[in-house]
Design a protein around this ligand. Structure first.
Ligand SMILES: [Zn+2]
Length: 651
């Protein structure tokens, strides 16, 4: 999905020197997330005791007045050993007239936006049954999505957008992306000047002889409830073709407002070429036996309805984004909205993939740099913590731009060839294809193809926040001939979660004999590397390919690497203490330093340092024999650097 409101401005030879270790923050954060995940699962809509096999919507829609009368057939299997009741999600403002269970009337109640249905006997695990829900009313919108009666150029346009929680605003269903129907049918009866468009193939058009006609659309591929859609108006149909072999083609149906035809046609004409680009990289277009297409609708964005994207605006970026969703979003759907980046990050990254195929690497790099500029503004974890808030799910900086940067960074780690092998293996994974996935499913595929652990990467980027800030210091010593010994320090500013990022980082040395690029495995807050290169290095470039979402605060050739690159004040140790403790601080250049102790009232109780200090690391002992137990603060001032930390005296 692209929602214009959320995406304003979004227009859109390896040396491994150190090894990765598990970081304590990961464990704590993961345990916290697991708890939250269990909590959200309990609150999540949809009856977890049933398994949906089929949806059939038979809907009659009028526009004077705006009204819907219909029935929905739902194929169900019990997903528990003894099922006596089940429920469906449907908003209270729609009225349920009756429910048939295997053809016989069933008892039900409709409240709290749920239809509770009493079954005729106890169903065993896997036992199938069919429900038909007859209902009527004026379907509505949630404010985000739902069912819309509108007009364009004086003609009614009726359309739907169900992601993420708006499906029950117009039809009864199990409202979760986790449980796909194996297939779906949609029959739509409307006034015969309107053309109803839905998913899959058009099977029949029946003239009812009363000023209405009925279109029957059939989707034979598995489909999530939120991807079933309607778009209905006086469309002009324009067809193009994707030729996937010398003798075979697939139709691409563009349903366009008549008054927009000349404007839309150039974008429609791009679609076949885009399908080819993605098919070559992600595996064949997933719904090849049916179609792809677009249908215009009146919503401020676009939505990747399966086989038929709903379009509220046009551009190369949005056409490629929604098309890419047919692989990532529709064929493989995020199992729950926490993992929305598997839809939106992938589609956003795919915009850059199409740009690269069409306009080359420099255009790709430019697009990625643009995504990075948005991703730096992302707050919170890519794994969406609060899925009750659709603004959080569809956060442009985080789920879209930063999600796209994660795939770019993965490509940087594993290399181009392996990266696209991963994407194709993910598409082809029999457990995921036409099913649902979590971040861990994608990680497992990536690790399997790459052959190495990537847990550090997914943990810090999907379950961590922010991005690394690097400062680089280095120097060189002639060993003999053209061989130079390099000493290099990578320092990362302490970040909230994780405190530093583990990443392989590339460094290019511009030497008298040409360029040499090496890869270092950086997995510490501050880390020294020693290695030799051929040629006299004149300068270095950190991450020359811009593979990492980061800030680079400086790259400096320094005489002595023991001199710190940044001001810092460390936590005292031991802490709590009695009666003495040690405080360390570092200053990158000589100057005046004060280090003072204050009590909780802000009264100064001791001065440990006051005067000129040399650049380097300094260690001070604090003896609190004469002070009472309690909380104290120590404060450093050095140049423009000021920092305060807390310590506890326990006697
Ligand atoms: Zn999207």
């Amino acid at each position: 999905m692209i929602n214009k409101i959320f995406t304003i401005g979004l227009i859109l030879s390896s040396i491994l020197i150190a090894q990765n270790n598990e970081k304590p923050w990961i464990k704590a954060e993961r345990e916290n997330f697991v708890k939250m995940r269990e909590l959200s699962k309990m609150m999540y809509p949809g009856d977890s005791k049933i398994d949906i096999t089929y949806y059939g919507l038979d809907l009659a829609i009028t526009t004077s007045p705006n009204y819907l009368t219909g029935n929905v057939t739902i194929g169900v299997k019990s997903d528990t050993t003894s099922l006596n009741t089940c429920f469906l999600d449907l908003r209270n403002f729609l009225t349920v007239d009756s429910i048939l269970l295997n053809g016989s009337s069933a008892a039900f109640s409709h409240s709290n936006n749920k239809i509770d249905i009493t079954l005729d006997h106890t169903y065993s695990m896997g036992e199938p049954f069919t429900l038909i829900v007859y209902y009527h009313g004026v379907p509505g919108g949630s404010g985000f999505g739902g069912f819309y009666f509108s007009t364009h150029n004086g003609t009614p346009i009726i359309s739907t957008l169900s992601e993420s929680y708006s499906g029950p605003y117009w039809w009864p269903q199990k409202d979760t992306p986790a449980d796909k129907a194996d297939s779906s049918d949609v029959w739509i009866t409307v006034a015969d000047n309107l053309i109803p468009v839905s998913n899959g193939t058009l099977e029949s058009i029946v003239n009812n002889g009363n000023g209405t006609h009925t279109y029957y659309w059939k989707e034979r591929y598995a489909i999530a409830a939120y991807l079933i859609s309607l778009a209905i108006t006086n469309y002009t149909q324009y067809n193009t073709y994707y030729n996937y072999s010398p003798t075979d083609s697939m139709i691409i149906t563009h349903f366009i407002y008549p008054e927009n035809f000349n404007y839309v046609k150039p974008y429609a004409d791009l679609t076949a070429g885009m399908i080819e680009v993605y098919s070559n990289r992600y595996g064949q277009y997933p719904f090849l036996q049916e179609r792809y297409g677009h249908a215009e609708f009146n919503w401020g964005g676009a939505m990747e309805h399966q086989t038929c994207t709903s379009m509220g605006f046009w551009g190369s970026g949005v056409v490629s984004h929604e098309l890419a969703h047919q692989w990532y979003g529709d064929m493989i759907t995020c199992k729950d909205w926490h993992h929305i980046w598997l839809n939106e990050g992938f589609a956003t990254y795919s915009e850059a993939v199409y740009i690269e195929a069409k306009d080359g690497k420099a255009a790709y790099d430019n697009q990625i740099a643009n995504e990075m500029s948005h991703a730096r503004n992302a707050n919170g974890t890519i794994w969406v913590q609060d899925i009750t808030d659709e603004n959080q799910i569809f956060n442009g900086n985080r789920s879209y731009s930063k999600g796209a940067c994660v795939l770019h960074m993965l490509r940087g780690i594993v290399g181009d060839s392996t990266f696209f092998h991963i994407m194709r293996a993910y598409s082809d994974d029999p457990d995921l294809k036409y099913g649902v996935a979590t971040t861990e499913d994608f990680q497992a595929v990536a690790e399997s193809v790459y052959g190495q652990d990537l847990n550090y990467f997914f943990q810090e980027w999907i379950y961590g926040e922010k991005y690394p800030q690097y400062t680089i210091g280095w120097n060189k010593t002639l060993v003999g001939g053209d061989i130079y010994q390099i000493n290099l320090n990578i320092y990362q500013v302490v970040r909230p979660n994780p405190s530093y990022f583990t990443m392989p980082v590339q460094i290019r040395f511009n030497t008298s004999l040409g360029d040499t690029t090496i890869t270092l495995f950086n997995n510490a807050q501050t880390q020294n590397f020693q290695f030799q290169i051929v040629g006299n290095p004149q300068s270095i470039v950190f991450d020359p390919g811009n593979w990492i979402l980061k800030d680079l605060q400086g790259v400096t050739e320094v005489k002595d690497l023991n001199i710190p690159l940044q001001y810092s004040l460390s936590q005292n140790y031991p802490n709590p203490f009695n009666p003495s403790t040690t405080i360390e601080y570092s200053i990158p250049k000589s100057g005046n330093v004060t280090l003072k102790i204050f009590n909780v009232l802000g009264k100064e109780v001791a001065t440990l340092v006051n005067g000129q200090n040399e650049a380097g690391k300094h260690i001070v002992n604090f003896d609190a024999t004469d002070l009472n137990s309690g909380v104290y603060f120590y404060k450093i001032e050095a140049g423009s650097f000021v920092d305060t930390k807390k310590m506890i005296l326990l006697k």
